[in-house]
Write a protein that binds this ligand. Structure first.
Ligand code: ADP
Length: 329
């Protein structure tokens, strides 16, 4: 089938992926492969703006790539690679930085938030983060970037930067990416309140064993108003119920919806059912992960091959960029 164009997405190397990563990103990556030529990047250079040490970068990159592959990213079709393996992105970042006003970067809400989060480490890379992100996107002549609303300002920034560059050099070599507005669910952690994330340790890892998964699920917070088994519950405010809606059959979801409200089913039983369904759903992923993981070279081969393909596109773009800028040959 003819593809609609090229899609690009990047994520920092955060190691073993959790349900939030899966429902909020990976599942979408897998689906997009059918429609678009897909480029998926593990953005290790971006990670350097926030990490204190690089000692876990290799293992985190490996674990993340392994999860992506096990979840259904097809490296024969899609390009999966590590950002720093394509140094052209750093070069393009530098050129784009020359057409970017400083104030525009420091005005971005995401930058202000980072300053609040890491007051003692407001490094230059943090300021330039959106430029590097723009370089990531446009280096591969990306048509669309799937993002949630919170990332919209960054895509708008990328589009403006492309326009500034093209205008400054009287060219059209860089392509303005379109934002593919994606419904990205905010997956809550087992606390039922905050967004699921590793740093909060409220996550459920895809690669956990069925037992570990069950234990995590049993810790999930349900409707806080429901104190006793005999109290009726409200599935509308229960995170376990939200998860059931994704992993449980329609009939069972309907049954839980009714029975919870009239205290026909208790939270413990409800969670046990969810754990069982989740484990069943994750079984193919876990089997594939184990299979691929038997030979770690497979993962590195995929990443190195992806980098080779990515570099070929990147260098083509850079030849045009350097020419447009009239840099000496
Ligand atoms: P990054 O800094 O690259 O966004 P994260 O690990 O925070 O790294 O997220 C990787 C991807 O997973 C992003 O697309 C993000 O939106 C998604 N994601 C992470 N946690 C959640 C969550 N709790 N709910 C929905 N999506 C999530």
């Amino acid at each position: 089938m003819a593809k609609k164009g090229r899609v690009f997405s990047g994520a920092r190397p955060t190691g073993r992926q959790h349900l939030g990563n899966y429902l909020g990103a990976i599942k979408n990556y897998v689906a997009l492969q059918d429609e678009y030529e897909s480029v998926y990047c593990i953005v290790d250079v971006h990670a350097l703006t926030t990490v204190e040490t690089t000692k876990d970068l290799v293992v985190n990159t490996y674990d993340m790539a392994l999860d992506w592959l096990a979840a259904g990213i097809r490296p024969e079709e899609s390009i999966v690679f590590v950002q720093s393996h394509v140094p052209q992105v750093m070069e393009l970042h530098t050129y784009l930085s020359m057409v970017t006003p400083w104030g525009k970067l420091t005005d971005l809400p995401t930058f202000k938030e980072k300053v609040r989060q890491q007051e003692s480490n407001v490094n230059y890379g943090l300021v330039g983060y959106p430029i590097l992100m723009t370089a990531d996107i446009v280096l591969y002549k990306t048509d669309v970037v799937p993002v949630g609303v919170d990332q919209a300002p960054h895509i708008e920034f990328a589009r403006e930067t492309v326009r500034s560059f093209n205008y400054r050099y009287g060219t059209n070599v860089l392509r303005e990416p379109q934002m593919k507005n994606t419904e990205i669910p905010k997956v809550l952690g087992i606390d039922g309140v905050q967004k699921m994330g590793k740093s909060l340790n409220n996550h459920i890892e895809l690669a956990s064993t069925p037992d570990e998964t069950r234990q995590r699920v049993m810790q999930m917070v349900t409707d806080p108003q429901r104190m006793r088994r005999t109290d009726s519950g409200n599935p509308d405010v229960c995170n376990v119920f939200s998860m059931h809606k994704i992993f449980t059959s329609k009939e069972d979801v309907e049954m839980i919806n009714v029975e919870c409200r009239r205290a026909g089913i208790g939270c413990v039983d409800c969670k046990k059912r969810f754990a069982e369904n989740l484990n069943k759903n994750l079984e193919p992923f876990r089997n594939k992960r184990e299979e691929i993981g038997k030979n770690p070279d497979t993962v590195w081969d995929v990443l190195h091959d992806g980098a080779k393909r990515a570099r070929a596109i990147a260098e083509e773009t850079m030849v045009e960029v350097r020419a447009a800028m009239q840099l000496p040959k």
